[in-house]
Design a protein around this ligand. Structure first.
Ligand SMILES: CC(=O)/C=C/C=C(C)/C=C/C1=C(C)CCCC1(C)C
Ligand SMILES: CC(/C=C/C=O)=C\C=C\C=O
Ligand SMILES: [Fe+2]
Length: 560
């Protein structure tokens, strides 16, 4: 890595000369261009003239609502600070070289603003959504970020206060009737947020949608300008208010799980490419009670859908409180036990519902079918980032805790938990640790795989890991589930996000490709990082004009 970097930076010439084009020039995607000519020499010694929109340290402030004031601790990191402005767009200077074949856009969604006026949000999951773009084009990186204009965000900007319920925040009722109104709005969904801050997905028909766990928080954006185009309206009558934040999206379909708090079950639904209509594949009746477990994500194999039922359950009692409890809308009910269900994708029939040890996960990594020597499927294997059946991680993700890191190691341990779910009718499944968690610093979350291995036996997972002491995953890790080893990337003071794998076209090896991550630095800076998917060494980095807040999940939109 060091040698690649040295060559690249030594041969890098950046030269700005007087503007020659008119000030009204616009880039292909409609953004105004700043008049700058830049020359860049690549590692092969070719000098190339670039017309650059906005480069690092040259940041125009666009017209935007006031950001108000955010109260920060003295140990604050840019990863936990609201973004400096609502939007920006420009070209980044690349150190190193991006592969010739990497043409397309990486989009990443996550929180951008954690305060409204002078009110500070409490939790990492509360922030108003911001999408970041890295558009790779013939060795160049055009970047940008923009707030998503959800109803929740627009209302907060207009009234300078919280109007809708966020993950950990309930708007203060001014009087008793407004308290009753808020409660009624919970049942109709009217008072729930549509702040689509968790994931971003390219649907098979090309539409790009941002999501959160409320169904109304499904918003279509323009992947080039990042402009909010409107709500994604489900045209079916499936009903309910909630959804998993992690649908499984392929070129042909969109599969997701909807928790049903009234009937204590989950609906598994499919929406075909080009459609807005979800159809029910099947239902999973909860085995424990009184309500379904939190279903942030789930997994699939080639023939099955793996639906988790965690003992961390939705709690109507907590949701109805004016002040949410320590686990927000959820409660930890160990006596209600933990289960995993397996549904046949084709028929919707449940083929296994097994009790497993208590578990706590946000993210499933992948799942696959285990066959015997005659090729019969005997078990389903499902892997997740598992927090040892402990919900403390939710408390650690409070902004106050993230902002007060003073060197003590406080990140709770996490591992890759591997479920084995037998399909022979036995009532119990296994949960084991897939590899020594010290390999990834006993921290692991926000995981990705090579999408060609979705639902299939696979070997590699990319995730955020830990270099202790830390209070949050501060490393990137490539886990080899066969060799039971990990390769790690870390630099002092970094907060990396969503290591996203993109396969090289024509690749035959699972890890032949690149991994993209956006890094927030302790000095307030930030950069896009490219690692080699196989060696896990740095190929390139490109600095943003300023560091961005932490983000959750991304997607890849290949160039047409
Ligand atoms: C960012 C992330 O991982 C999770 C976000 C979850 C959200 C926004 C949950 C929202 C909810 C409400 C607004 C009301 C009660 C239910 C619940 C789904 C927790
Ligand atoms: C950032 C996170 C967990 C970190 C644990 O170590 C979870 C994010 C969930 C939302 O997508
Ligand atoms: Fe997630």
């Amino acid at each position: 890595m060091a040698s690649i970097n040295l060559i690249a930076s030594a041969s890098y010439v950046l030269h700005s000369i007087k503007a020659s084009s008119k000030s009204s020039d616009h880039s292909k995607d409609g953004f105004p261009l700043r008049n700058k000519n830049l020359f860049r020499m690549n590692a092969r010694g070719n000098l190339r003239k670039l017309t650059i929109a906005n480069v690092a340290n040259d940041v125009p402030v666009v017209s935007q609502p006031s950001l108000g004031k955010e109260t920060l601790g003295d140990q604050n990191h840019v990863a936990w600070t609201s973004v400096r402005q609502h939007r920006w767009h420009g070209e980044l200077v690349v150190e190193g070289e991006t592969p010739d074949w990497l043409n397309g856009s990486y989009l990443r969604n996550g929180p951008g603003l954690w305060h409204v006026g002078d009110h500070n949000f409490g939790h990492l999951f509360d922030g108003y959504a911001m999408v970041v773009k890295l558009q790779f084009e013939n060795g160049r990186i055009i970047a940008g970020h923009r707030q998503i204009e959800s109803e929740a965000y627009k209302a907060a900007m207009k009234h300078n206060k919280l109007i809708y319920r966020e993950f950990s925040e309930v708007p203060k009722a001014d009087n008793f009737p407004s308290y009753i109104g808020e409660l009624a709005g919970l049942f109709s969904g009217a008072s729930l947020t549509d702040n689509a801050n968790t994931g971003v997905f390219k649907l098979g028909d090309g539409r790009v949608i941002c999501l959160t766990e409320t169904q109304k928080g499904s918003i279509i954006i323009d992947p080039t300008t990042l402009e909010t185009l409107g709500k994604f309206e489900y045209t079916d009558s499936v009903g309910g208010q909630l959804q998993s934040a992690h649908p499984i999206v392929t070129d042909t379909e969109f599969l997701t799980v909807l928790p049903d708090l009234i009937n204590s079950r989950y609906l598994v639904v499919r929406m075909e490419r080009g459609s807005n209509e979800r159809k029910v594949i099947g239902r999973v009746e909860c085995q424990g009670g009184p309500k379904p477990g939190w279903v942030h994500s789930f997994a699939i194999t080639e023939h099955y859908i793996v639906v988790p039922e965690m003992p961390l359950r939705y709690s109507v009692k907590n949701i109805l409180k004016a002040e949410l409890g320590p686990l927000y809308a959820f409660e930890w009910l160990p006596e209600s036990k933990g289960f995993v269900h397996v549904m046949c994708k084709a028929s919707g029939k449940i083929v296994a519902s097994v009790e497993v040890p208590l578990y706590m996960t946000f993210h499933f990594i992948n799942a696959y079918e285990e066959t015997d020597e005659d090729g019969r499927v005997v078990a389903v294997i499902a892997d997740c980032c598992e927090h040892y059946g402990d919900t403390t991680i939710l408390e650690k993700l409070r902004l106050q805790n993230l902002r007060s890191f003073a060197g003590q190691d406080v990140l709770p341990d996490a591992r890759i938990g591997r479920f084995t779910i037998p399909l022979d009718g036995s009532p119990y499944g296994k949960l084991e640790t897939a590899l020594d968690p010290n390999e990834h610093g006993r921290g692991i979350d926000i995981c990705n795989i090579n999408p060609a291995f979705l639902g299939k036996r696979y070997r590699f997972a990319y995730a955020c890991g830990a270099q202790r002491p830390c209070n949050f995953p501060n490393a990137l890790t490539k886990v080899d589930l066969v060799e039971k080893k990990a390769k790690n990337w870390h630099e002092d003071g970094v907060v990396p996000s969503d290591p996203f794998f993109i396969a090289r076209p024509g690749a035959t090896e699972e890890d032949d490709g690149v991994v993209i991550s956006m890094i927030s630095e302790k000095n307030g800076g930030g950069y896009a990082l490219l690692l080699d998917g196989s060696t896990f060494e740095e190929i390139a980095r490109a600095k943003f004009p300023y560091g961005l807040p932490y983000g959750f999940h991304g997607c890849w939109i290949p160039k047409k």
